[in-house]
Design a protein around this ligand. Structure first.
Ligand code: CP
Length: 319
């Protein structure tokens, strides 16, 4: 059986991504009816974290438990990972003991190194480059909050703020799926040319569109969803004054900005959020906000990804 990892949504076709979301919806529906199928009975997941996490850690662990399997939380600094043991050796050893590995790594090269040597699927739980599990969850959430009369290919998604790892994945999955993506940020916080090139290639195939602007008001005028993320992350503390000056107040998602968006437009955030910084409490707690549906969908999405990658590989007694 071909070994597949879940490192980047660019590794999957539009149809594969839609199939994954459809599977996730089926599992979620069964779960809501009170009958989560134990599709990963006795399977094990190793969860490696080089950075803290709430949603990714809890959703993967609960997903494995509810699917009949088991997850090991390997917290930052807990195992040899490129220190005292090569990355490849760690991947080979874990592959002999567990059915799937999920890792949140500081550097994207680390997850690529794990995947290269592992003989079980490796799932990317966020790197400095991207966050693919988050954005599959985001598209599922958008489908569930689809404006009346629209199809997926009609959706307009506007991301306001820093070109983070979430922006990279969201821009790429939306353009791959034929959606219409806008990013608004000051010039120096806009995405690098390599990301833009990939998104434009996606648009050529899918019929999606990409718009990058410095004007947040223009960016939200036709938006079905406004999305933002933190303006700085761990390790960027020295840049806080400069980043605050660049983003505040023009790029803050607040009710004044929402006045320029269509009445049906919803608010999304991958969380954690800095309330009062990139977004106000008023927006976070408003009827526009679907952030907690989005957070819950991480659990359903992790189940979909785990079943998709692992179920076909499990050995079962022949009947
Ligand atoms: N959105 C997200 O990945 O959250 P955590 O950092 O809490 O996992």
């Amino acid at each position: 059986m071909t070994l597949r990892h879940f490192i980047d949504t660019q590794d999957f076709t539009k149809q594969e991504l839609l199939d994954l979301i459809a599977l996730t919806r089926l599992i979620k529906e069964a779960d809501k009816q009170g009958c989560t199928p134990k599709l990963l009975q006795d399977a094990s997941l190793a969860m490696i974290f080089e950075e803290p996490s709430t949603r990714t850690r809890v959703s993967f662990e609960v997903a494995m438990t509810e699917l009949g399997g088991h997850a090991l939380y390997l917290k930052p600094g807990e195992i040899h990972l490129g220190v005292r043991e090569s990355l490849a050796d760690t991947a080979r050893v874990l592959s002999r003991m567990v059915d799937v590995i999920m890792a949140r790594t500081l550097k994207h090269e680390t997850i690529l190194g794990l995947a290269q040597a592992a003989t079980v699927p490796v799932i990317n739980g966020l790197t400095d480059y991207n966050h693919p599990t988050q954005v599959v969850c985001d598209v599922l959430t958008m489908m569930e909050h689809m404006p009346e009369g629209k199809r997926l290919e009609d959706l307009r998604v506007t991301f306001i703020g820093d070109a983070t790892n979430v922006l990279s994945s969201l821009m790429l999955i939306c353009t791959r799926l034929g959606m219409h993506f806008t990013h608004a940020a000051p010039k120096r916080y806009q995405p690098p040319e390599t990301w833009v090139k990939m998104a434009l290639e996606n648009c050529k195939i899918s019929g999606g569109t990409l718009r990058i602007t410095e004007d947040p008001i223009e960016a939200v005028r036709d938006a079905d969803f406004i999305y933002t993320d933190l303006w700085w992350w761990v390790g960027q503390e020295a840049e806080i004054p400069e980043r605050s000056k660049a983003f505040m107040p023009r790029y803050q998602v607040n009710m004044d900005l929402f006045k320029h968006a269509p009445a049906h437009c919803k608010f999304m955030h991958c969380l954690p959020a800095s309330r009062g910084v990139e977004v106000t409490d008023e927006v976070m707690d408003s009827e526009r906000s679907i952030i907690f549906d989005q957070a819950e969908n991480r659990l359903h999405t992790e189940k979909g990804i785990l079943v998709w990658l692992v179920y076909p590989r499990l050995k079962r007694p022949s009947t």
